[in-house]
Design a binder for this molecule. Structure first.
Ligand SMILES: Nc1ncnc2c1ncn2[C@@H]1O[C@H](COP(=O)(O)OP(=O)(O)OP(=O)(O)O)[C@@H](O)[C@H]1O
Ligand SMILES: [Zn+2]
Length: 724
């Protein structure tokens, strides 16, 4: 029986704290229990942690301990999740409390609750202001609290309250934690082909064995990877286990929910940052009680308190958006594998274009590869051709080259759909004054403001700052002298409309598909044939299955190769392979046209020849040569401050104190390519080390030897991806 416990709080500034367990509570307080404890005059929440794992040499004597107030009526944080929290904190050098916060987001760990939400009633308000009209339109089928509705509709809380008073919104009492219905394993099971069957069996076996094992489910686009891992999910559900499916983007959740529901009769439990508070609370507590069997979510779902996890799936596992770039900087794919290890359950990484790191694990024998070599139902992979922009360039101020224009024309003629891919939101990436040459820059970042014609605004794509598009140049005050330079998807859409006035276009970016409803609307309109041409960013490259979509045009294949980041070529290859994979997925054959100025580049040649193996081999060889990941490792030290001088000085100080040892080299400090971001000046030092080096230990020691002012932040990014 525990009479004294060590509690980990959610506050990174506090160490673990010891408390006394008062009589009567002993039975309720176990490792993992969520407890309410006194801290000075306040009551805070924490988790009882395994004492031996949090040594504390300044132990407070028993007699001085304050008692725990209460143990919350929720299940304890399970031991495998506690081990995962420790591992993430250690590996990514983050405070334990910061990692624990991801497992227990604010306000989720509460007992049963009834809450009041509002939804549209049948009454329309007598007075309809533009604000009210916007609110009613945006709210649609949504039901939520007053503040959540205000946020969703982008109106003030007063507008929502006004609508409630006017009777246009009605109150609904809902339980915060009703369980989720269980999926039905045999609801609409497909009959698998031979290759799929073998793959599914391998995963089912692993689910039955309940041992840790990582699979790379490597199947070409449209081969049925989803159908295959659905069989693994069905098996886990049959045997009473829980399943987590991770997706790289929230936008993919909606189509996934529908597809899952078609297969299993009920939708899975979603988990992502777009949930409202009541949904988050319900999902968290249902997961903790084992009353949510299948969860689909963004990377943060990795830290949900599953008591019975028996399968983890990471879909589109190559996606770099699995890497979290702020707060605790972790890679969800790698953490998923670790969670599988602690839970002793299988992990499936599904992708048509595996990351080099994942292929490396396969070659070392650590992951088992399962291949699906052919598209389902006899569909052929699309034919891929290059368009050399040096030979057949588009007209001035145009971006669709003549061969692609002709192909779009042919596609329309056959009554089929086309997709144009350009990974750039907005209308134009740069706005320039023709008169004085002034470029409009973000006031908080070293980046240009991007013109968005749809919203008549300029936006910074790094910090989200927006301003109205000015008529006059802010510098020389010349009127109508500002010109848009270069294309974004909105500009390509304008061009397509000018070329094909009859064609119905749909722009797909995070600006247009900003809610699950918008995604559903988009999918429905393409499926109904109400769209002829889709123009989209990377958001449109994966997940979608449109049988009548037969042409994919890549507007600028070279875009992704700029910047010279370690994974630029690999990412370009993956992105274009994925978008190409949207063409001709059913009975009609597909084709892909890639516009480039670099016909000779390795990536382009690989894409055109379809020789992925050769591309990967060459890429792996150059990484091996540079001792870059997966053969060596990197860690970044990012120094930032609102004061440019303080940031630079601290970076120099760290540079002077850099560790000197074999198998390790420190580059920099150098100003970050985006020297200022969100008002903070940034410098970076890059540690390059052999695979076997304990970089975390070295960095800990190094940072411990240097002091810096409190106005400066020093963050560590282990296995960094983005060098912006
Ligand atoms: N055995 C099957 N029976 C019926 N339909 C199937 C079967 N296998 C695959 N399909 C269908 O083929 C299409 C492609 O399958 P799926 O989306 O699972 O492939 P994928 O490999 O996940 O594709 P991608 O990686 O390109 O997104 C889907 O519409 C799917 O329902
Ligand atoms: Zn900015």
């Amino acid at each position: 029986m525990m009479t004294r416990v060590r509690v980990l709080t959610l506050n990174a500034a506090l160490g673990p704290l010891d408390y006394r367990v008062p009589p009567g509570l002993e039975g309720d307080v176990l490792p993992g229990s969520i407890v309410e404890v006194p801290l000075g005059p306040r009551r805070i929440i924490g988790v009882v942690w395994d004492q031996e794992r949090l040594p504390d040499d300044s132990e407070v004597p028993d007699a001085k301990l304050r008692p725990i107030f209460a143990a919350l009526p929720v299940p304890p944080i399970p031991a495998p999740l506690r081990r995962l929290v420790e591992w993430v904190a250690d590996y990514y050098m983050a405070p334990l409390a910061a990692v624990l916060r991801m497992a227990m987001p604010a306000g989720v760990a509460v007992g049963e609750r009834v809450i009041t939400e509002y939804r549209l009633s049948d009454t329309s308000p007598a007075r309809l202001t533009p604000q009210r009209a916007q609110a009613l339109e945006r709210i649609g089928e949504f039901q939520a609290s007053v503040s959540e509705l205000a946020e969703k509709a982008e109106v003030s809380v007063a507008v929502i309250r006004g609508l409630i008073k006017a009777g246009a919104l009605e109150a609904i009492e809902t339980s915060a934690d009703a369980p989720y219905p269980a999926p039905l394993p045999t609801h609409a099971a497909p009959s698998l082909n031979g290759e799929q069957h073998a793959a599914a069996n391998r995963i089912i076996q692993a689910v039955d064995a309940q041992q840790f094992q990582t699979f790379l489910l490597d199947g070409v686009t449209g081969s049925g990877k989803t159908e295959v891992y659905f069989e693994g999910i069905a098996q886990a559900v049959r045997t009473g286990g829980q399943v987590l499916v991770l997706l790289p983007e929230i936008a993919l959740t909606q189509p996934f929910l529908k597809r899952f529901e078609a297969r299993f009769g009920v939708a899975p439990t979603p988990w992502h940052s777009g949930l409202k508070q009541s949904e988050r609370r319900r999902a968290w507590s249902a997961v903790a009680r084992g009353q949510a069997q299948v969860v689909v979510g963004a990377r943060s779902a990795l830290f949900l308190p599953f008591p019975q996890l028996s399968l983890l799936v990471v879909d589109e596992a190559h996606e770099t958006s699995f890497k979290q770039e702020d707060g605790v900087r972790y890679h969800a794919r790698d953490v998923a594998v670790m969670r599988g290890k602690f839970e002793e359950c299988p992990v499936v990484l599904a992708t048509a274009t595996p990351a080099l790191e994942t292929r490396h694990q396969v070659s070392l024998g650590r992951y088992e590869e399962i291949k699906l070599a052919a598209r389902f139902g006899g569909a052929q992979l699309p034919e891929i051709t290059g368009i050399d922009l040096l030979e057949t360039p588009p007209d001035r101020q145009r971006w669709i080259a003549p061969p692609l224009v002709a192909a779009i024309d042919e596609t329309f003629e056959k009554g089929e759909q086309a997709l144009l891919f350009l990974n750039r939101r907005g209308y134009a990436p740069l706005t320039l004054c023709r008169h004085c040459g002034y470029r409009i820059q973000c006031p908080h970042c070293t980046s240009w403001m991007v013109e968005h014609k749809i919203t008549h605004r300029l936006a910074c794509h790094h910090c989200g700052h927006v301003m109205p598009s000015p008529r006059a140049c802010p510098e020389c005050k010349e009127e109508d002298a500002l010109v848009a330079c270069g294309p974004g998807v909105e500009r390509i859409a304008d061009e397509a409309k000018a070329l094909f006035p009859q064609a119905r276009t749909a722009i797909v970016t995070s600006d247009t598909l900003w809610s699950p409803e918008k995604v559903a609307e988009f999918v429905a309109s393409v499926e109904a044939g109400a769209v002829d041409i889709i123009i989209g960013t990377q958001l449109v490259t994966k997940g979608y299955h449109f049988p009548n979509l037969t042409l994919v045009g890549v507007i600028d294949a070279d875009l992704g190769l700029e910047g010279g980041d370690l994974r630029a070529a690999e990412r370009c290859f993956q992105q274009i392979s994925q978008v190409a994979g949207r063409a001709g997925r059913a009975t009609k054959p597909g084709r892909v046209l890639i516009q480039t100025r670099m016909m000779g580049a390795g990536v382009i040649k690989a894409l055109l020849s379809g020789d992925a193996e050769r591309f990967y081999a060459a890429e792996a060889e150059s990484r091996r040569h540079a001792e870059a990941p997966p053969y060596g490792r990197y860690a970044a030290i990012i120094v930032s401050s609102e004061s440019a001088d303080a940031a630079a000085e601290t970076a120099r100080r760290l540079g002077r104190a850099a560790p000197q040892r074999d198998g390790l080299h420190v580059y920099g400090p150098a100003p970050a390519p985006l020297a200022q971001l969100r008002g903070r000046w940034r410098h970076r030092l890059l540690v390059h080390a052999a695979r076997t080096t304990n970089v975390q230990g070295v960095i800990q020691h190094w940072l411990g030897s240097v002091n810096w002012p409190t106005s400066v932040r020093v963050n560590v990014d282990i296995d960094p991806y983005s060098f912006l």
